[in-house]
Design a protein around this ligand. Structure first.
Ligand code: FES
Ligand SMILES: [Fe+2]
Length: 461
């Protein structure tokens, strides 16, 4: 669990009695080789990341037409851009589009910055040979290609990526090259309604940060999906939440997390009006924002809130690699971005409540980073042992680690199913791949990669 014990979100009690998914009876972790094998990671890319709906960002970040943000998930560089109306025209409503960030000429990235805007020109210009694409991905200019026989601009637009934007503005992408991606609402049944409990419109983007880890992406997901480790690893967290009440509710390719906030105690009053303190329990710390004469009033408020069981927050894991965590002063997202079998980037985006006190948000972020660092350290040390070749698998608690069981079973199912498909086909199947892979030249590479000329052999068939 990566959530920080901060002020509760203004959300009603969550549907704790909503039907949940029963986790299968397999109670062991996946084998440790799945945390370090590069071949297995490549199979995960094909089986999972190239055809799942992946959470990316929130629409509120695209303030103007032509704004874009670049991302890379599991080795797929792409960008999301808000369409810009043609000169003299207006769009009825904002439209977001996503494209692979590869020029159709010779594959140079067309969007070079982390974020930007196409500006008045309305096009992204490739920095290699100057091909230009509009915000719908159409090729507008290909210098000196006008008289090349057989060349057709309309056949050389950017490769588009499926997008889905929820009613609450959460943006997902799916890299599958199939024109028919799995229907979002069927994959994440009930997700869109559940997210409506939080009023995202009251928040604005504040900042992002990242942590670069030497561990497999699943190392972080393992910790995210349970709070069994909280009493030992997150001392601050246990002061704010009643850990025995912590539960993970598997839904439909996502999980909702719940915990009761611990009853508030009166905070020690500041020594002088306006002074903030940060000591003792986190609950005390939360209370320490108030002046001495306001303590009693705040205490009564906290008690009423807790005894009513009002606090649930809105903490959600979406398969395979993201977390969306909503509190009152801010909400933040986590993209767990695999880079290789043993390298992962944790990308955090923080959205603050409009008009929130600056000191309050600074302390929120401080505490958030402290909890994230604790989880990061767990992953670094665990990964070293997963690679040592001693530990192979361990038993998971059927209740306290049901979230880990749930998501690991999804990984297991997807990977084994895809592996069977590839065995039957006698070749790799890459759902995100565009264009033909059946040339004789490609056959040369396939032979080399399959191990017949010295490649790895752990997943060959
Ligand atoms: S690679 Fe983009 S113009 Fe040549
Ligand atoms: Fe944690």
């Amino acid at each position: 669990m990566l959530a920080s014990p901060l002020a509760p979100a203004d959300v009603p009690t969550g549907p704790q009695d909503a039907p949940t998914v029963q986790v299968r009876s397999n109670t062991n972790t996946l084998p440790s080789s799945w945390w370090s094998s590069e071949r297995l990671y490549e199979l995960e890319r094909r089986a999972i990341f190239s055809q799942s709906w992946l959470f990316v960002t929130h629409v509120s970040r695209f303030e103007k037409e032509g704004s874009y943000f670049t991302f890379e998930i599991a080795g797929y560089p792409f960008f999301v851009i808000r369409e810009k109306a043609a000169p003299g025209q207006e769009l009825e409503k904002p439209v977001l589009r996503a494209f692979h960030n590869a020029c159709r000429h010779r594959a140079y990235p067309v969007a070079k910055k982390k974020e930007g805007n196409v500006g008045m020109a309305g096009v992204l210009s490739c920095g290699y040979h100057g091909w230009c694409y509009d915000t719908r991905g159409a090729l507008r200019k290909a210098p000196q290609f006008d008289n090349v026989p057989g060349f057709n601009k309309s056949e050389n637009g950017l490769f588009s990526i499926h997008t889905h934007v929820t009613d609450t503005g959460l943006v997902f992408v799916n890299f599958t090259a199939s024109p028919n991606p799995p229907p979002f609402q069927e994959i994440f049944r009930g997700f869109e309604d559940e997210m409506k409990e939080f009023d995202f419109s009251q928040y604005e983007y504040r900042e992002s940060y990242e942590l670069r880890g030497d561990f497999n992406w699943k190392a972080l997901m393992d910790g995210y999906q349970e709070c069994y480790h909280c009493p030992t690893a997150h001392p601050g967290l246990t002061k704010a939440f009643s850990i025995p009440t912590y539960k993970v509710m598997p839904r439909s390719n996502y999980c909702r997390h719940f915990a009761d906030q611990r009853p508030a105690r009166a905070a020690p009053p500041p020594k002088r009006p306006g002074e903030r303190q940060r000591s003792g329990s986190i609950t005390e710390w939360l209370g320490s924002f108030i002046f001495a004469e306001q303590v009693a009033e705040q205490e009564a408020l906290e008690k009423a809130r807790n005894s009513a069981g009002e606090f649930d927050g809105l903490w959600v894991y979406t398969f395979p690699n993201s977390g969306i965590n909503c509190y009152s002063p801010a909400w933040y997202t986590l993209r767990v971005v695999p880079v290789s079998a043993t390298k992962t980037v944790l990308e955090y985006d923080i959205y603050q409540k409009k008009g929130v006190d600056e000191q309050e948000i600074l302390e929120f972020i401080d505490f958030l980073k402290q909890v994230e660092q604790e989880d990061f350290d767990l992953c670094q040390a665990t990964q070293r042992n997963l690679r040592a070749g001693v530990y192979t698998t361990g038993v998971l608690h059927p209740e306290k680690e049901n979230g880990v069981l749930y998501y690991q079973n999804l990984v297991r199912e997807r990977v084994l199913e895809h592996h069977e498909l590839e065995k039957a086909a006698g070749r790799e199947i890459s759902p995100a791949s565009l264009g033909s892979r059946d040339s004789a030249e490609d056959d040369v590479c396939r032979g080399l990669e399959s191990g017949s000329c010295g490649g790895g052999k752990d997943l060959e068939w």
